[in-house]
Design a binder for this molecule. Structure first.
Ligand SMILES: C[S@@+](CC[C@H](N)C(=O)[O-])C[C@H]1O[C@@H](n2cnc3c(N)ncnc32)[C@H](O)[C@@H]1O
Ligand code: SF4
Length: 333
């Protein structure tokens, strides 16, 4: 059942989910990411003052935050010295918490800390199944280290029966289907309950990065047919979750382009406290305001935020450059 958002009265008083960027510094240089590109916004670490201000408000409004906090922006969150403390605090207050990491810093100690925090989900962007390809895609030669880190994490999770979900991301970069298959076969013996390999198509991030897809047609459903082909080979694909465009195709077929659901559901806070309407806004083109001079709730309910929502309600997508180029507006949640 598709939930359609087309009125301001449907806006909850506080976002249902928050993406929190602790830093946009990174220790890798992935070819598909905006992070290393010349036009990327300034870099920094979130100050402790900003972290505390955000956490206080998040804790106060935790009953509204049903989809929780994803520690993820454009950068490597584990580079931030407070990353584990932030997660511990969120979990202490029983707030659903996830992290996206490239896994380079996920050594035994960090893995133990994360699992002990009872974090709900750890998503590791591996994206390759061999050293050569890893170096090509991720820019730095640390494939073996990341493999060791993920292996230790999975072994520890299973040994101590932690309930954290481990998701290994394998981006489909054009024609690298064989590596997704290699990853599925390799990790099969390590993946525990609810752990998965997740594969989705590389994106242009609404035109922010070069198109690395093998096709630009959003109706293309290669990952689903790829999964089917593996099944036909007799491979157990239970642990392989692939991106599914069927929902968005169905929406377009039945309703045309609807108001983007993101503006009714979640918000993104950059390391410097800037709040933007979407995680696809990697370069901060649509910043609404800054949490340091306001609050999440005030910004979320502000006239400026609502004006963006009104643009969507009247289907004037072309007025927002980024959104007019985006094709992910109805896929998540
Ligand atoms: C920007 S990273 C930040 C967190 C962390 N550094 C990591 O790599 O997981 C978050 C996610 O965005 C994905 N990503 C980066 N560029 C992308 C693109 N052009 N298309 C699709 N996903 C992309 C990464 O693979 C990663 O899973
Ligand atoms: S995808 Fe993640 S690891 Fe790769 S450059 Fe971007 S932020 Fe860094």
């Amino acid at each position: 059942m598709i939930q359609i958002y087309n009125s301001l009265s449907q806006v909850p008083v506080f976002p249902k989910a928050i993406n929190l960027e602790l830093t946009n510094y990174c220790n890798l240089n992935c070819i598909m990411c905006t992070n290393g590109k010349d036009n990327f916004r300034g870099k920094g670490y979130m100050s402790n003052e900003t972290i505390n201000k955000i956490l206080d408000e998040v804790i106060e409004n935790k009953h509204m935050l049903i989809n929780g906090v994803d520690i993820c922006g454009v950068g490597e969150p584990l580079l931030h010295p407070e990353a584990i403390n932030v997660i511990n605090k969120l979990k202490f207050y029983n707030i659903r918490t996830m992290i996206n990491t490239n896994g380079v810093l996920l050594d035994k100690e960090v893995a133990a800390d994360l699992l002990e925090s009872r974090i709900d989900k750890i998503m590791i962007s591996l994206d390759a199944a061999n050293r050569e390809s890893y170096k090509k895609i991720k820019g730095i030669d640390v494939f073996e280290k990341v493999i060791d880190n993920i292996t230790n994490l999975l072994i520890l999770k299973n040994r101590k029966s932690y309930r954290t979900i481990i998701q290994i991301n394998m981006l489909n970069m054009g024609e690298n289907f064989s590596e997704i298959k290699d990853a599925l076969l390799y990790w099969a013996e390590y993946l525990g309950e609810n752990d998965v390999i997740y594969s989705r198509q590389v994106k242009t991030l609404a035109g922010e990065v070069k198109d690395l897809r093998s096709s630009t047609d959003i109706t293309r459903n290669d990952l689903k047919s790829f999964k089917k082909a593996l099944e036909n080979e007799g491979i157990n694909t239970e642990k392989l979750v692939v991106e599914d465009w069927e929902q968005i195709i169905e929406v377009i077929k039945n309703y045309g382009k609807l108001p983007c659901r993101h503006l009714w559901n979640y918000t993104m806070i950059f390391y410097n406290g800037d709040v933007t309407i979407c995680c696809i806004d990697f370069n901060g083109k649509i910043v609404i305001d800054n949490v340091n001079n306001s609050s999440i709730k005030k910004i979320w309910n502000s006239e400026k935020y609502n004006n963006f929502r009104k643009i969507f309600i009247s289907k004037d997508y072309e007025k927002i450059d980024l959104c007019s180029k985006c094709n992910e507006w109805y896929k998540c949640w």
